[in-house]
Design a protein around this ligand. Structure first.
Ligand code: IPE
Ligand code: IPE
Ligand code: MG
Length: 253
């Protein structure tokens, strides 16, 4: 498989090099299209190069002992792209799991898919369910991969589930609080997002983890995702460590 060669400073920083690390990092991997255009390569090559970055970032996140990493791989709106591009992205899902699942499992990573798996093609759904099942007992990094994911759809789904519980008499409407909502999201049981990184300089959420990002710190590095290095990641994590988090109060925690 051809990939653009690049020199990366790998795993430069260790856990002890940081004063404070986030428990949960979310990444909107953006800029594959612009990277491909810049290098006069096909869009699918841009996406393929993006998965090289992803592999390095997952490794480093796991090495640092961070609890959860959520990555935005395919939104419910990405179906609006050309048939060729969607097909290339679907193929990449298969290729990514075929090449990475052994290492991820060996690293004790637990894979969880955020999004509507039922709306994906059979082959992709099978591979994803297999990856989730194989790693369900793992206790290391929680790797949330958002595929066919939309934040609003996730909230509507939670509301539907809670409505059914009310209808069946298991809970009363008064029991629907913030905690109950969180318990019905794909990320139930996980901490809120502490740090959200979106590459390529775009400054928007694009329907990603609307509920979980309520008090997240945001970073928007201008680097395109295929060029995002472990060193860039370390810089973002360091910047997070310097942020004063208030959660509406006056005393920084
Ligand atoms: C992000 O890169 C990857 C996916 C949406 C799957 P883009 O393809 O959005 O890259 P740009 O925004 O066109 O540069
Ligand atoms: C968000 O990026 C989705 C993913 C990174 C998977 P997009 O490139 O699709 O978002 P917009 O269209 O620029 O908001
Ligand atoms: Mg984009």
């Amino acid at each position: 498989m051809w990939t653009f060669s690049k020199l990366r400073r790998r795993s430069a920083l260790k856990r002890d090099d940081f004063t404070r690390l986030p428990r949960h990092v979310a990444i909107i991997m953006d800029g594959n299209g612009r990277w491909a255009k810049k290098h006069r390569l096909s869009i699918s090559t841009g996406h393929r190069q993006g998965t090289e970055t992803l592999r390095e970032i997952i490794r480093h996140t796991s090495d640092l002992g961070i609890e959860a990493l959520s990555i935005y791989a395919f939104s419910t709106e990405n179906w609006n792209r050309s048939r060729e591009e969607v097909a290339a992205l679907m193929q990449l899902i298969l290729d990514f799991f075929a090449s990475e699942i052994d290492e991820l499992d060996a690293r004790n990573v637990r894979i969880l898919i955020l999004g509507d798996k039922a709306g994906l093609p059979d082959k992709q759904r099978e591979v994803l369910v297999q990856a989730e099942d194989r790693t369900c007992g793992n206790t290391g990094l929680k790797l949330n991969i958002a595929l066919n994911y939309g934040g609003r759809a996730e909230l509507a789904r939670a509301a539907r589930e809670l409505a059914l519980l009310v209808q069946s008499g298991e809970i009363t409407p008064a029991m629907i609080d913030e905690r109950a909502m969180a318990d019905h999201l794909y990320t139930h049981g996980q901490p809120d997002v502490d740090l959200l990184i979106r590459t390529s300089g775009e400054m928007r959420l694009s329907n990603f983890m609307l509920y979980q990002c309520a008090y997240a710190e945001f970073l928007f590095p201008t680097v395109l995702w295929p060029d995002f290095t472990v060193a860039d990641y370390d810089e973002a994590l360091r910047a997070y460590g310097g942020r004063e988090r208030r959660f509406g109060g006056r005393t920084p925690r």
